[in-house]
Design a protein around this ligand. Sequence first.
Ligand SMILES: Cc1cc2nc3c(=O)[nH]c(=O)nc-3n(C[C@H](O)[C@H](O)[C@H](O)COP(=O)(O)O)c2cc1C
Length: 194
Amino acid sequence: MESEMILKWMQERKSVRSFTEQEVDSKLISKIINHVRLAPSGFNAQPWRFVIVKDKNMIQKLYQYSGYQKQLNTASCVIVLYSDLMDVHRKVEEVLHPEMSPEKKRSDKEALLETLEMAPDVLQSQGYIALGYLLLALTAYGISSVPMLGFDLEKVMELLEIEGSILSVVAAGYGVKEGYAHHRLALEEIVRLY
Ligand SMILES: Cc1cc2nc3c(=O)[nH]c(=O)nc-3n(C[C@H](O)[C@H](O)[C@H](O)COP(=O)(O)O)c2cc1C
């Protein structure tokens, strides 16, 4: 059953930090991000933006900026996920659903502009919804990955001409071996029921 697949990928996904030499196809990554962009966000603001890095010299620089985290030594593809609220601001009209009434469009636009001004973190952090989608979609296509944030982020932003906030740098490839087994807090420690 299809609904069981997503549960399987959730179970299967683990951070993998060593990859084979087999290249990840750029077209496949674009196809995956085409699924990822279906993630939900407040006012449909879609704060997420992506940079796909396949260039080996650039990946070497990222390896350096990560303090030589080994996964970047073998990853054939790095996907940088960031939030760009300036671009969200520029696209405020574009994200309003065409089927909305003029009244609803007006109120949503006002509310989005107000959120951008008063509570930008609320929008920025929603980029992480796309990270969850991305990691699962990569798994679905048999691509292993590890999300990372241990970088000199200013240098990464400069290298990739990113304006906004980096949420994660995802090293991807075909895994050599599985990551650690899942190790998580118990359900009772993270869930309360009234
Ligand atoms: C935002 C974020 C940043 C992370 N940064 C790093 C990192 O810099 N280096 C690293 O090896 N793993 C990093 N990780 C991976 C976590 O260590 C890993 O997801 C966690 O230990 C759970 O293991 P699992 O992904 O195998 O389930 C990061 C994960 C997230 C979500």
